[in-house]
Write a protein that binds this ligand. Sequence first.
Ligand SMILES: *Cc1c(COP(=O)(O)O)cnc(C)c1O
Length: 375
Amino acid sequence: MQTSPETCARAAGTGGYLVIDLAALVANYTQLSALTGQALTGAVVKADAYGLGAFQVSTALYGAGCRHFFVAQACEAFTLRPALPADAALYVLNGLPEGAEATCADQNIIPVLNSPHQIARWANLAKARGARLPAVVQFDTGMARLGLSPEEARGLAAAPERLTALDIHFIMSHLACADTPENTANAGQLAHMREISALFPGLPVSLANSGGLFLGDGFLQHLTRPGIALYGGAPNDAGPNPMQAVVGLHVAVIQTRTVPAGTRIGYGGAHTATQDMRLATLGAGYADGLPRSLSPRGAAWHGDIRLPIVGRISMDSLMVDITALPASAVTEGDFVELIGPHQSVDAIAADAGTISYEILTALGRRFYREYRGHT
Ligand SMILES: *Cc1c(COP(=O)(O)O)cnc(C)c1O
């Protein structure tokens, strides 16, 4: 019999455990691939695959047929590249760091070139080595974050020799408002990308992140780049989340107590008990990625019972109100749900005034982690 994550977490002395469901991850990838039709479906595994483990996530997605992986920083690529088979392409979204060109080339890492200067540096290395180097070129179509400006795009199109030393796999841009499908900025960025594409005929195009996949066929282009939807987060704000949950988080009860009305609870005495109440102290706090802003809106769950967070969240612990539970329903060593069937990652993010991305990427490294469903 397999040891339960509760037992493992207790034995490991952690304040909680994360269950990461790789079968659900793969199901999400398959669902998004079906949506993309002819287009290829990549996977964004930056920030340690949104906190879930870039190695485990990439290995599972490779098994599901994914061959295009995106990280943000070159350092992430240096770590992940040896774990990926040679036929997996690994792209660095944040560009080509000056001084890292040779390492990227040696390791078969493909930079997303975001400026004329980056194009020139990569092309110079290719010429020096006498071999074409693979690259992606990014254009800014309305986010003002990364990529060549419209003027730089026209300049590059007018001087195609600047790309001849390079093997351009595709050109790309990123959508600023894909999570709000009704936003007219989306159509504007697509139109802009089509103009740029006309300047570079024959090159495949990548535009859609998770939200972009749900904006209609025009946005799919040749290669999509979903991140959050793979990890079970809602791809947009339009209606029910179509993705399967991938992450569960349970946190340990490390002490319980009964306090009389008038008791001040937590740092700053920020909460005062208005009645006699029972409290449970949980063994995780903001250092584990449970933001202070969760207090006082957020909650944990025990079965179907909601346990409101009371008082400020500490670095390594927080308190919840367990008055609604039968006496001794929860005792030291039990676990309560923070992310799971009663509280999605989007729901806890909303209570904290943030987005699912920030909750996932902040999930603490102290939790015991169990990966399930990897075939
Ligand atoms: C993070 C990122 C993505 C993935 O976005 P999601 O909204 O998580 O799907 C895709 N493309 C770029 C350029 C990104 O920075």
